[in-house]
Design a protein around this ligand. Structure first.
Ligand code: NAD
Ligand code: 6OD
Length: 485
């Protein structure tokens, strides 16, 4: 059985304890990973610090960008391996891994390589009230060693989304991928080696969160900044761990995202878009819409249309090109989602479709599948309308006025993503800026331009990454003021 080790200072290093890497499609063990000890995390941070002092610290912008392009090419060269590893770790359909996860990983490196070469910095000609003149300009310095902790839902996409800008800005990194999905991060370490990235620049430590590699990393005094994607509660624990050494943090956390569907929308296109927004990746995308508000005049038709989309999901084995929906990530996560399915009933929901576990009569019955599920009839105060489920489920409620829809959508402690579906351009411009969200899509969902700010408000996170926002997080800006007269 394949053993997945940590990658420290350019070498694969076994940890002391092994843990299973489980395929959620049938519960089989596809590999075993070895857990990094605190001494190994320490060694990774020391290697990163040394790389900053030595070769990597002397690389200019063009050399760093050239290194990132090589990593992108390396991912593309081993595309099929990355896809197979991501599918085995997550159970997601191969069509999704090959359309979204792996291409985005390569794009993350390309985009930030391009950007670091072209991004400008601020400069001001200054005149003070007492008549002195100066030129102010800003330069970027790396933060130092960046700790990167990532989740299991889009493992490679979300890890590289942080590694690429961190390296572009001249930092060295220590990454801790989710214990549920260690495979593609290990492949990425191989690509880093093949691409000639100097030892110590990219380090990978496998393990868990509390009392394990995750906690060792974020509380390490020699780590200069922490960037994290995952649950809001985990973000709170990490923030505490970072407080004593005042580390800057960037957090992309959970969501309870709303979609507003107006009667004037393009109905069929909206149904197709909303089907993705609710069910893509088995609903395990932080941006998924779990609260859907539909104008009353089209409510019944919309509910019926989305029910048809849910029931048309194809649970073929994940490596089958026809599969459209995979399992949830783990038995534990399935138990959480099923608990919400039960709770919704207790809270008075009508189950339009789903609410249970599909039966296959083969090894998939040992996997972690749930049915795509639609609820109606819940009070806005119900826990199932307030709390993130992170499964293929949504609640649909009717609204009567634009103002009312905006108020319903914004009644949340999260603030990550929203979508608005309308053919009325003026309405789109009026409603979109009112949404309590870091990103609002109009007549689309999860359509990304990597130069734009990405992040959330409230329980959904701290800060923005993407484009120059990433460059600013992963850099110390040093403003230089030169007196000119
Ligand atoms: P999680 O918070 O359980 O784990 C994420 C990572 O944090 C894992 O690598 C885990 O080992 C590590 N970790 C856990 N506790 C830790 C600790 N105390 N110290 C250091 N590291 C620790 O999240 P998950 O279950 O892997 O992912 C699902 C969650 O992530 C959902 O809430 C989802 O909304 C959120 N998410 C958000 C975004 C976004 O962009 N906003 C993207 C993807 C996922
Ligand atoms: O597209 C991205 O850059 C991004 N961070 C997506 C997050 C998806 C959450 O599951």
């Amino acid at each position: 059985m394949k053993l997945l080790h940590s990658y420290i200072d350019g070498r694969f290093v076994p940890g002391k304890r092994e843990f299973a890497d489980v395929n959620p499609a049938d519960g089989s063990v596809v590999a075993r990973a070895t857990e990094a000890s605190s001494e190994m995390v320490d060694a990774a941070v020391t290697a990163a610090r040394r790389a900053l002092r030595d070769d990597w610290g002397r690389y200019g912008v063009r050399e760093r960008a050239a290194s990132l392009y090589k990593v992108a090419e390396g991912i593309e060269r081993r595309f099929a391996e990355f896809v197979a590893a991501e599918v085995a770790d997550t159970g997601k359909p191969i069509s999704l891994a090959s359309r979204l996860d792996v291409p985005r990983a390569a794009a993350n490196f390309r985009v930030f390589a391009d950007l670091i070469k072209t991004a400008g910095l601020e400069a001001f000609e200054t005149e003070t009230p007492d008549g002195r003149r100066a030129l102010n300009y800003t330069v970027r310095r790396p933060l130092g060693v960046v700790g990167i902790v990532t989740p299991w839902n889009l493992p490679l996409l979300l890890l590289t989304w942080k590694v690429a800008p961190a390296l572009a800005c001249g930092n060295a990194v220590v990454v801790k991928p989710s214990e549920e999905t260690p495979a593609t991060a290990t492949l990425l370490a191989e690509v880093m080696q093949e691409a000639g990235i100097p030892n110590g620049v990219f380090n990978l430590v496998h393990g868990f969160g509390p009392g394990s590699a995750g906690e060792f990393l974020v509380s390490h005094p020699e780590v200069n900044a922490v960037t994290f994607t995952g649950e809001s509660q985990t973000g709170a624990s990490i923030m505490k761990a970072c407080a004593s050494t005042v580390k800057p943090v960037s957090f992309e956390l959970g969501g309870k995202n709303a979609a507003i569907v107006f009667a004037d929308c393009d109905f069929d296109a909206t149904l197709a878009g909303m089907s993705d927004a609710v069910f893509l990746n088995t609903g395990q995308v932080c941006l998924c819409a779990e609260r859907v508000y539909v104008e009353r005049t089209i409510f019944d038709r919309f509910v019926e249309g989305l029910r048809t989309k849910a029931e048309a999901q194809n649970f073929a084995w994940p490596m089958d090109e026809t599969a459209t929906m995979g399992p949830l990530i783990s038995a534990k996560h399935r138990e959480k989602v099923l608990a919400y399915y039960r709770l919704a009933r207790e809270e008075g929901a009508e189950v339009v479709t789903g609410g249970d576990v599909p039966k296959f009569g083969d090894a998939r019955d040992q996997g972690f599948y749930v049915q795509p599920t639609i609820f109606t009839g819940l009070a806005e105060t119900a826990r199932c309308v307030k709390e993130e489920i992170f499964g293929p489920a949504c609640h649909i409620a009717a609204f009567d006025s634009e103002e009312g829809a905006v108020a319903l959508a914004n009644d949340t402690r999260y603030g990550l993503a929203a979508s608005v579906w309308t053919n009325d351009l003026k309405r789109a411009h009026r409603v979109a800026p009112q949404m309590n969200a870091g990103i609002t899509w109009v007549n689309c969902w999860f359509l990304r331009d990597l130069r734009t700010p990405f992040g959330g408000a409230g329980l959904s996170g701290i800060g923005r990454e993407g484009g120059v926002h990433s460059l600013n997080f992963y850099s110390e800006l040093n403003n230089i003021c030169i007196r000119t007269e």
